[in-house]
Design a protein around this ligand. Structure first.
Ligand SMILES: [Zn+2]
Length: 361
């Protein structure tokens, strides 16, 4: 069957760098780049972009989900490249100008400075699909973008006004942290034996309270009957509310989707049972090599396995001791799921979602 959406989770170590293509018969694909990984992902991304077909390399939207070094680091190199200036039609990013209550002019707000031409380059298109305004959910209506010419339909799931407000109050601190980079600590990853998944899933785990993560742009992308949730590092409760609002608008109890790029690299503080129940998927994507934070967390993967419809597939964009445990035949048999790993260390995870499968639109 013809592919409608192609999703590539590039090897971006502990970070996210996703290339999403919505294929259109007889036309160039509508293309979205989501985040740029940490700064050392730029050569990986640059090489991937160079492999796009000559003469059809446009990126329709380049998104920075939130200000954190494992998402924006590589993007800063990207946004300064000739490629970004020549090929990107719109940048989606909530910068200082979109945050009410932030008045002080921060020096060197690198991404915003490049987009507004302050650094000497051309002014680049910024949140144009949203009339130049911020990207966030509202309490009274869904925030949606319908791309013309057989493009996708996109619904904003996160952040909400509360989380953007918190970001506004702490903008300077958040920015400094992102610029300094994630302190890469953490000893070697020695994942434990998995054992009982119900027990793992039920583990009491504190919810993520990181301000930048909570401000993540989360999107539902639907195209020719296929669908994917791209959750950034968003909060499980915020995403569950966003998904619930979409379901309610369609008169259904939950959204049956094709693929779910889980929030925060499969962190147990973000991958909550409530969020998983709001959008059962055929494919779940975990994006991390386990550096520093040892993601994905066992509790998060266990919750995903238990919430997944029978026969669903877990996709890992790295094959390592942590992710390989989930391929154990007894676990897969007992819980009825599949696993996929990249062909090699440079390939990342590549999903192709066929057209016409969605039960939603
Ligand atoms: Zn992250």
């Amino acid at each position: 069957m013809a592919t409608a959406i192609r999703i590539e989770a590039l090897p971006a170590r502990l970070g996210d760098c996703l290339l999403v293509e919505c294929l259109r018969p007889g036309a160039v694909p509508w293309r979205m780049l989501v985040d740029g990984g940490p700064s050392d992902t730029w050569p990986v991304l640059e090489a991937r972009l160079a492999r796009l077909p000559e003469g059809a390399r446009q990126i329709d939207v380049a998104v920075v989900t939130h200000v954190d070094s494992d998402h924006i680091g590589g993007f800063l190199a990207f946004v300064r490249s000739d490629f970004a200036h020549d090929q990107v039609r719109d940048f989606w990013f909530n910068g200082r100008q979109h945050l009410e209550g932030v008045r002080s002019i921060e020096q060197g707000e690198d991404l915003g400075a490049v987009l507004t031409g302050t650094t000497g380059g051309a002014v680049l298109p910024w949140n144009e699909a949203y009339g130049g305004q911020r990207i966030a959910t509202t309490s009274d209506r869904l925030v949606e973008v319908s791309v013309p010419d057989d493009g996708p339909h996109i619904t904003v799931l996160s952040p909400d006004a509360t989380r953007l407000g918190t970001l506004a109050r702490t903008w300077a601190t958040v920015l400094k942290k992102a610029r300094d980079g994630t302190r890469e600590i953490g000893g070697p990853d020695r994942p434990r034996k998995l054992g009982d998944l119900e027990k793992l899933a039920a583990q009491h785990t504190p919810k993520d309270d990181s301000v930048p993560n909570g401000s993540s742009i989360g999107l539902l992308v639907e195209h020719r009957g296929a669908s994917v949730v791209l959750a950034g590092d968003g909060f499980g409760d915020v995403l569950a509310d966003g998904l619930g609002a979409v379901a309610a608008s369609r008169g259904v109890e939950r959204l049956d989707i094709d693929a779910f790029k889980l929030p925060h690299h499969g962190s147990r503080g973000n991958v909550l049972a409530r969020m998983l129940a709001a959008a059962p998927a055929q494919h779940y994507v975990f994006s991390s090599n386990g550096d520093t934070f040892h993601h994905p967390d066992d509790a998060a993967v266990a919750r995903t396995v238990l919430a997944a419809p029978h026969g669903a597939t877990l996709w890992f964009n790295y094959r390592n001791a942590r992710t390989e445990r989930w391929a154990a035949a007894d676990l897969r048999k007992k819980h009825g799921y599949r696993v996929e790993y990249p062909a090699d260390a440079t390939a990342g995870a590549v999903l192709e979602l066929p057209a016409g499968q969605s039960r939603m639109r």
